[in-house]
Design a binder for this molecule. Structure first.
Ligand code: GLN
Length: 344
């Protein structure tokens, strides 16, 4: 036992006798000797230091998420055994994941999951990682369809009354189209919220559709979500006026801005899901020019837009004679994030 951690732990007896400082109560911040089993506390501080050195934004939080992922535990479970030695295999797996994160691989690609609309989505580099602000697309779509605050009654925005002047806008919802579905997060969230709806989800990437289908199966909505591969509206070319709602989170980053995005996005996420052309609005323009053909009268186009794009997007909407009732909705950070237009 000589040299093992236990041999260094003082007995309670010696503490009572005051022969030495009670070292066994000291925080476990020292490096354990080689071949010993490190504690979660030790692994977390080691990982946080490595991630900090690589400029990861939330080093301690990311380290905790990776350790929880490694151990298959909950956060509370981790904290109840913060100083207990861990099996060496777990420490090795954890350190490997931390090295991946230190290369600025997104946390969600490492854990393989991302929460969106309180649902867990499988993600990997074939798809864009769903962002919290995209939940506003879902929220707006639901409000337009159900005309009531069904998820977040305290949310800052209200759909303007004028948006419902069109007598057709109250028709029961039948068909929704998600253009550029990626992980399927919007399509699956809407399918869960609207059990009577039929959802169509298009993506140009077959790889992305494989992930989206898996997410639809996982959330048991696969029979109501029709996945199609193709460019924008090509797979539904015959469905003129076939949809009550078109939703989209199109690529909207201006091409030259891709180079200055944080490494997690720039080096790992699919560029075809991000690159919106010279001014970022290539896909937005196509949604506005091609989308109305596929909307029934009184239907809605709801799309996510980038910061600083709302004025130009609203101008583009006003240019169209087949679109009306347009407005923008801010995200939870107060940035104009979602543009809405109604089909005349
Ligand atoms: N619809 C998916 C999302 O919102 C993918 C979007 C995209 O690939 N641009 O995350």
């Amino acid at each position: 036992m000589t040299g093992s951690p236990k041999s260094k732990v003082q007995s309670p007896k010696s503490k009572v006798q005051g022969e030495a400082k009670p070292r066994y109560l000291a925080p476990n911040t020292q490096h354990p000797a080689p071949n010993t089993q490190p504690s979660p506390a030790h692994l977390l501080s080691e990982a946080a230091a490595e991630l900090t050195a690589c400029n990861v934004l939330n080093p301690r939080l990311d380290a905790e998420v990776l350790l929880i992922h490694t151990l298959g535990t909950q956060r509370a479970g981790l904290y109840t055994r913060l100083h207990d030695p861990l099996p060496r295999e777990h420490a090795e797996v954890f350190r490997h994941l931390v090295h991946r994160r230190a290369q600025r691989e997104p946390l969600q690609y490492i854990t393989g999951v991302r929460e969106f609309w309180s649902l867990e989505f499988k993600v990997d580099p074939r798809v864009l990682i769903p962002r919290p602000e995209t939940e506003v697309v879902v929220e707006v779509a639901l409000r337009l369809l159900l005309q009531s605050a069904i998820r977040n009654p305290h949310s800052a925005f209200r759909i303007p009354h004028s948006a419902f002047r069109n007598p057709h806008s109250a028709l029961p919802m039948r068909r929704v189209l998600d253009v550029g579905t990626g992980s399927g997060c919007i399509a699956v969230a809407l399918a869960k919220e609207l059990p009577q709806a039929e959802i169509w989800a298009i993506d140009v990437s077959q790889d992305a559709l494989a992930v989206a289908s898996e997410n639809a199966r996982h959330h048991e909505v696969a029979e109501r979500v029709q996945f199609c591969q193709g460019d924008m509206f090509a797979p539904v070319a015959e469905y003129h006026e076939g949809f009550d709602l078109i939703v989209s989170n199109p690529p909207y980053i201006a091409h030259d801005d891709l180079a200055v995005l944080q490494p997690e996005v720039r080096n790992w996420e699919p560029h075809c899901a991000l690159d919106g052309g010279v001014d970022g609005l290539d896909f937005c323009r196509r949604l506005l020019s091609e989308g109305p053909t596929y909307l029934r009268s009184g239907g809605w186009l709801v799309m996510e837009i980038g910061q600083g794009q709302s004025t130009e997007v609203m101008r583009l909407v006003r240019e169209r004679r087949d679109l009306t009732e347009s407005f923008c909705v801010p995200d939870y950070a107060g940035h104009t994030r979602v543009a809405v237009a109604g089909k005349v």
